[in-house]
Design a protein around this ligand. Structure first.
Ligand code: GLN
Length: 386
């Protein structure tokens, strides 16, 4: 057999997605891969029903349906405090996953370097490798998951062409303050580098924390490639609708990458989801209320069981410290045991850190209240050993 590409040798299949398969195998409550088990907004489902009969069912404009981009430009201009042109500043992609990949391919050449905060969402490592770049990891140090300016500056000095910034952050739940973002922005300007963001949890930021779009800071729009999606905001992770927002120059390159990668995001889904883009502010307030409640249910439960964790400021993940209760060598073995014997699936923390790290597992709480209660009931089993 001819040799397969060695490009993929540098990383494994996604541990997050693997844990979902393990959860399904053992019938575990799946708190590993982050997606909701509740319904999307009924207005979006109603729109999909109508579109399923009336169409469109054929290709849309490669960089996104006009109506979707127009509504998205209005929504994000308001939220980001920018003046976005639907034709020049937006590409609609197949999820934020494609958005990030397209951004990386637009910026990086073979042997370039890219800075990545660690812990990090596992896709970024693969994105870097697939785009030919070497990641330089910059530590986010627990418990606050703060970075050292000197360390970030060192990454830029070493030639990192871009920084990948997940804000609010998966898996740590860190929300970068405006002051921290200004430090990052100053360095990006000083060294003339790009910031590629992943802001899919932009609407899930717990009080009193606030989301700041780094693209909205002075002189940052030109060097920021903002990636996000509709998956988490409208509970439609399977629809694979994401987008890139950037300057016309950057977008003209991203459009080409996107065109040849996927041609376009699914047209009927873009038309249906466009309904969500004009929801009033009240929708986002309610979404946050819901997640604030779920966070409280789940974290109160973990506290009662006696499991230590880092309280997230945003997103819907929690890193739990298992070092006192893990009888196995690795967090991966612990997660296997947890799915099989306890009936709850989590992601081994090691898949988020660049250095060897066995102390943490990640749960998500984007589930119905009763699902969370059931998971907590099962997790009681850990109390004995805690
Ligand atoms: N972002 C989610 C997570 O971290 C889902 C990732 C995915 O599988 N696309 O679990």
């Amino acid at each position: 057999m001819p040799k397969l590409s060695s490009r993929l040798d540098g990383f494994t299949e996604s541990v997050i997605r693997k844990m979902t398969r393990i959860a399904n195998k053992y019938g575990a409550v799946n708190l590993s891969q982050g997606f909701p088990d509740f319904e999307p907004p009924k207005e979006i489902i109603k729109a999909l029903e109508i579109i399923s009969a009336a169409g469109p069912h054929q290709y849309e404009i490669t960089w996104g349906a006009q109506i979707f981009r127009e509504k998205l430009a209005l929504k994000q201009s308001k939220k980001m405090g920018l003046s976005l042109d639907p034709d020049k500043n937006i590409v609609v992609t197949c999820g934020s996953t494609e958005a990030m990949m397209a951004a990386m391919l637009s910026v990086c050449e073979h042997k370039d370097k890219v800075a990545v905060f660690s812990p990090f969402y596992e896709n970024y490592g693969a994105d870097a490798v697939l785009s030919g770049a070497d990641p330089i990891f910059v530590e986010l140090k627990p418990p606050a998951f703060s970075f050292e300016t000197k360390e970030l500056e060192k990454a830029f000095k070493k030639g990192a062409k871009a920084l990948i910034l997940c804000n609010p952050s998966n898996p740590s739940g860190k929300v970068f303050s405006k002051e921290e973002l200004q430090i990052i922005a100053d360095l990006a300007i000083k060294y003339d580098r790009f910031i590629i963001t992943d802001e899919v949890y932009e609407h899930i930021v717990y009080k009193p924390y606030q989301h700041t779009y780094i693209a909205s800071l002075p002189n940052m729009f030109e060097r920021t490639i903002s990636c996000s999606s509709l998956s988490k905001t409208y509970s439609i992770t399977g629809w694979r609708l994401g987008y890139i927002i950037a300057s016309e120059t950057v977008i003209s390159v991203c459009k080409k990458v996107h065109d040849f990668l996927t041609v376009g995001a699914p047209s009927p889904l873009q038309h249906a989801a466009a309904v969500g883009l004009v929801f009033k502010d009240n929708y986002y307030d309610l979404l946050l209320e819901e997640y604030t409640r779920k966070k409280k249910i789940f974290l109160d439960g973990l506290r009662k069981i006696g499991l230590p964790f880092f309280d997230p400021q945003g997103a819907y993940y929690v890193l739990v410290d298992i070092s006192a209760i893990n009888p196995y060598k690795t967090d991966t073995e612990f997660c296997e045991y947890l799915a099989k014997e306890v009936g709850v699936a989590a992601v081994p923390g090691s898949s988020f850190f660049h250095k060897e790290e066995n102390r943490y597992i990640r749960f998500h709480f984007a589930k119905k209240d009763e699902t969370l209660q059931e998971a907590l009931k099962r997790l009681e089993k850990l109390r004995q050993t805690a």
